[in-house]
Design a protein around this ligand. Structure first.
Ligand code: SF4
Length: 214
């Protein structure tokens, strides 16, 4: 990240944080993923149950391993490779009532809206209601100027790249482009746009001055 991008990240992040607060979400900015990781670990109470969602951003910074080592913390991790499909689904259900959820977002708008698209829906459902605290790790590459461009970013970039990551048998893996398929492995089933919160500060968006995840 060169010095000019650093300045842009800081200025735009502060604008987004102000707009999040108007919507009763909390926000903060960390210039690096190392700093963001340390600050997020500080936010997790001793003995909490923590629901892991499939965030590349959190995974790449080693956040899951660090959370699992916190005193008394129970990491609800449906991504453990030894789990059967049914066991993974059961942990996703348990995650709905966790103390803390940690995830990413597919896009965030300058005016503070969170835009996400799920295959199964457990992530967007838990973002909306369930876990007492939701912490979202968001690289500045996820910023979109408005709702329309956020939706386009998710549909035409994040979804195909995530399909490629998981080697799903969907047409976008071959072409890199969305063809609005009807595949049984389609990961684009449930949209969510979070515009605000009744419980003030329940969602905390940790903006990070790096390009992280898709
Ligand atoms: S709708 Fe289908 S083709 Fe389009 S991104 Fe999603 S999985 Fe890929």
């Amino acid at each position: 990240m060169d010095e000019h991008q650093v300045v842009w990240n800081e200025k735009v992040a502060q604008k987004i944080i102000k707009n999040l607060e108007k919507r009763r979400l909390a926000g903060s900015y960390a210039a690096t993923s190392t700093q963001a990781k340390a600050e997020v670990l500080e936010m997790i109470p001793q003995g909490a149950s923590v629901f892991r969602c499939g965030s590349m951003t959190a995974g790449n910074m080693g956040l899951w391993e660090a959370i699992a080592e916190l005193p008394g913390v129970n990491l609800i991790d449906p991504y453990r490779p030894e789990l059967s499909r049914e066991e993974g689904l059961e942990l996703r259900r348990q995650g709905m009532v966790a103390d803390v959820m940690v995830a990413g977002t597919n896009a965030i708008t300058l005016d503070g809206r969170l835009v996400n698209l799920d295959g199964m829906g457990n992530r967007v459902a838990a973002m909306a209601f369930g876990p007492k605290k939701v912490i979202l790790m968001v690289g500045m590459n996820k910023v979109a100027p408005d709702l329309q461009s956020a939706i386009a970013r998710v549909k035409h970039y994040a979804a195909p790249v995530n399909n490629i990551r998981y080697s799903f048998k969907n047409p976008c893996v071959e072409t890199g482009l969305c063809s609005d398929c009807r595949s049984p492995q389609r990961i684009c089933n449930i949209w969510s746009t979070i515009e605000g919160q009744i419980i003030e500060g329940r969602i905390h968006v940790k903006l990070v001055g790096e390009y992280l995840g898709y």
